[in-house]
Design a protein. Structure first.
Length: 315
């Protein structure tokens, strides 16, 4: 009976997501074939120094930071399941380390955004490209990289700094919710701009001829945006929560579940419908966040969490 009470669906879901985070980080850290890939695709003898800098800084250094975070997270969850307990100060230290390392991972992607933006405006100005062409390329290719490598690390570093077992939880909950919301906005920006660029290249027939592509496009451009707005509204509404018991974990579960199902849907459509298109080349071949497809295992148990405590707050 004790084992049944300890191994709850929520804990099993947390273990599954942690294992997914660690295993994908482990795979990405040792997938060194990505280094210099764009040079090889351009043909024999093609060499751009910046490509190797971007890949080494982003994939090797950044991947190492995320792998370190994955090792810490997985070791902590194994320790917790083995010992059946872990101290509150230890939990906060572990979370701070994981979040800070995750922030460093995203920060390393800045090199790609910097070089691509520099080359875009330099080439655009001297090649007499139209302003609309340059801005379109910036919005679809460079802006998402700059946002993910600047905005996300800022929020992650602040959240890591705020976490403290000896301070009130209200501010820590606020920053955790804000950071989660920023994650959803970043994923919307990344995935929707990829889809828009694919449609610009392939045409609308690429969507109308394949129903799964049309649904994926709608979910990316409109669905993720709706989820991000919903998460932002929930974060604003929950800004006065002073304990986890006052937080509506059912809504948290809905957001986590929806984000995980989005990634899972795109992964399963690639498996069941087959083929290797422009969209899947980006989503499957260059996506280091596929660990998110395990999130439904955590979101589902949260849907059955207890209702938040009612408490009157002075305005």
């Amino acid at each position: 009976m004790t084992d049944r009470r300890f191994f709850t669906p929520l804990k099993i879901g947390l273990f599954t997501v942690t294992a997914s985070y660690f295993l994908f980080a482990l795979h990405d850290a040792f997938t060194l074939s990505w280094i210099g890939e764009w040079n090889r695709l351009a043909g024999p003898g093609h060499f751009i120094f910046e490509v190797y800098v971007e890949d080494i800084v982003g994939d090797v250094f950044g991947g190492s930071f995320r792998l370190a975070a994955g090792i810490i997270a997985f070791a902590a969850i194994i320790y917790y399941f083995y010992k059946r307990n872990i101290s509150k100060p230890a939990v906060f230290k572990i979370l701070r380390a994981i979040i800070a390392l995750e922030g460093l991972y995203w920060l390393m992607i800045f090199s790609a955004g910097y070089f691509e933006t520099r080359d875009l405006f330099f080439t655009g100005a001297f090649a007499h490209s139209s302003v609309s062409v340059v801005l379109n390329s910036f919005a679809l290719n460079d802006l998402p990289v700059l946002v993910e490598s600047i905005v996300l690390p800022i929020f992650l570093f602040i959240l890591a700094y705020k976490l403290n077992p000896n301070k009130p939880l209200r501010g820590q909950i606020q920053w955790a919710l804000l950071t989660g919301t920023i994650y959803v906005f970043v994923f919307w920006l990344l995935e929707s701009t990829i889809w828009i660029s694919v449609v610009q290249t392939k045409g609308w027939v690429y969507l109308t001829s394949y129903p799964q592509n049309l649904l994926s496009y709608v979910l990316s451009v409109f669905g993720l945006l709706a989820l991000a707005i919903y998460a932002a509204g929930f974060s604003l509404k929950s800004r006065r929560a002073e304990t986890l018991q006052e937080l509506n974990l059912k809504i948290v579960g809905v957001i986590i579940l929806a984000l995980g199902l989005y990634f899972l849907w795109n992964y399963l459509t690639w498996i069941y419908f087959g083929g290797w298109s422009n969209w899947y080349a980006w989503f499957m071949g260059h996506n280091e966040d596929l660990w998110i497809l395990a999130l439904p295992m955590l979101g589902l148990p949260l849907l059955f969490a207890n209702k938040p405590e009612r408490k009157n707050h002075s305005s």
